[in-house]
Design a protein around this ligand. Structure first.
Ligand code: BGC
Length: 420
């Protein structure tokens, strides 16, 4: 039992897991589904060059070299299996579920409003409420309706009004069942992957356009948050911010300066501009970066299946820094690892819980911990081979299996909730 003498988690602490619509629901039609079909073959052909050096390669190569891996298709059919998935969430003693609403299915064309799809989310929310599970609703998680993408998506400031209209309308129908709202997920990751690195649709590589998209999305968040706050005072609103612990590897002037500059662009550029409209900070923590000179050289002692350097305990530093700087409560909206063999998840969770306890001991008001992810899912341009799920899914049969580390996590959560 991790560090139980140190600090007690409050009774109302949210223990949960997260998904996003595109990654789990299946049967969608948005800018990603089109891009996947166009790019699946070449992504499969590039896989040996992209991932061939990973320690996990032998176990993932079969999937990674197949073009079907890169097409979201039925995903893990969460759209039809959600009741079962919520039951499994409950078997792990979790008390919260973060999921996203798919704009493209509710408004497939600019002039079409699909009431049945809104009803779907209402049913999901009602189930959660009936079972005493606190929903955390994400309004935008990387996908765009095709019509919105065609008119330039978040590249055009004048398009923001379409997003605001959609949010307004959808929240009028489901908002009575919602308290925690995440307006937009990782806008900085989206701006970078889609407009700077060119790895995600629309595969642009331009610093100018990336900054423009980022600034437009900051504007979109602020607009939506103000709007929702005006509509009702029941909402607790934030973005989900991907934050890192960035630290100098030595005390040379250059390393110290570079680390602090990188930290500014990673975190503060966005947070400074949205914090006023946030009731809490939604934190997605996956990475640390140890900086020597201008470059990151991580310890690389333990790597995930994706080759990501894992330093879970550093979540403590991220929590403390964010609280010291922004003085808002923090909800960990994502945290997790790709670990198909389930070899490191238990260690990761233990380190994370200790990190959270230490931060709380140092005064950080923590609302909850939401693990990424509830289910194995579609990991964007990498497809299905990375396994982030507490629950494994066999996509041929759609059979769900709770991973051993997740059963262990469930027991720990039970003890932490009972205050022992
Ligand atoms: C995203 C998720 C993604 C996860 C793991 C986060 O950046 O919000 O959609 O699956 O990280 O890469």
């Amino acid at each position: 039992m991790p560090g139980r003498q140190t600090v007690r988690f409050p009774k109302e602490f949210l223990w949960g897991a997260a998904t996003s619509a595109h990654q789990v629901e299946g049967g969608l039609h948005n800018q990603w589904t089109i891009w996947e079909l166009e790019n699946a073959k070449s992504l499969a052909a590039q896989a040996p060059y992209q991932y061939g050096d990973l320690a996990s390669w032998d176990s993932v190569k079969h999937a990674a070299k197949s073009s079907t891996n890169y097409v979201s298709g039925k995903a893990v059919d969460h759209y039809r299996h959600y009741a079962e998935d919520i039951s499994l969430l409950q078997t792990m003693n979790l008390t919260s579920y973060r999921f996203s609403i798919e704009w493209s299915s509710i408004q497939p064309d600019q002039d079409t409003w699909n009431a049945g799809e809104v009803e779907h989310y209402r049913k999901l929310l009602l189930q959660l409420r009936e079972r005493g599970i606190e929903p955390i609703v994400t309004l935008w998680h990387f996908t765009l309706p095709v019509w919105f993408a065609k008119m330039g998506g978040f590249e055009r400031r004048s398009n923001v009004r379409f997003f605001v209209e959609y949010v307004d309308r959808v929240m009028a129908e489901i908002g009575d069942l919602v308290t925690y709202v995440v307006t937009m997920n990782e806008i900085e990751v989206y701006a970078s992957e889609s407009y700077l690195q060119g790895r995600w649709p629309p595969q642009v590589q331009s610093r100018r356009r990336a900054f423009n998209v980022l600034n437009t999305m900051i504007h979109a968040h602020n607009k939506v948050a103000r709007h929702l706050h005006q509509r009702s005072d029941r909402y607790l609103i934030s973005i989900a911010k991907n934050s890192m612990h960035i630290y100098p590897g030595d005390d040379s002037w250059l390393s110290v300066r570079a680390a602090s500059l990188m930290q500014y662009y990673q975190d503060d550029y966005v947070l400074k501009r949205v914090i006023k409209t946030c009731d809490y900070i939604g934190l997605n923590y996956y990475f640390s970066a140890r900086v020597y000179g201008y470059r990151t050289h991580n310890p690389d002692e333990r790597l995930s299946d994706l080759g990501w350097d894992m330093q879970p305990a550093n979540i403590q530093m991220v929590l403390e820094r964010l609280y010291e700087k922004y003085k808002k409560p923090i909800l960990i909206t994502e945290n997790g690892l790709a670990d198909g063999a389930d070899a490191s998840r238990k260690w990761w969770l233990t380190q994370t819980i200790v990190g959270m306890q230490r931060a709380m001991q140092h005064g950080v008001p923590l609302i909850g911990y939401i693990h990424w992810s509830l289910l194995d899912n579609f990991e964007w341009n990498k497809g299905f081979w990375p396994k982030f799920g507490l629950i494994a899914v066999d996509r041929r049969t759609m059979k769900r299996t709770v991973r051993p580390s997740a059963m262990w996590f469930g027991k720990v959560v039970k003890q932490l909730r009972s205050g022992s």
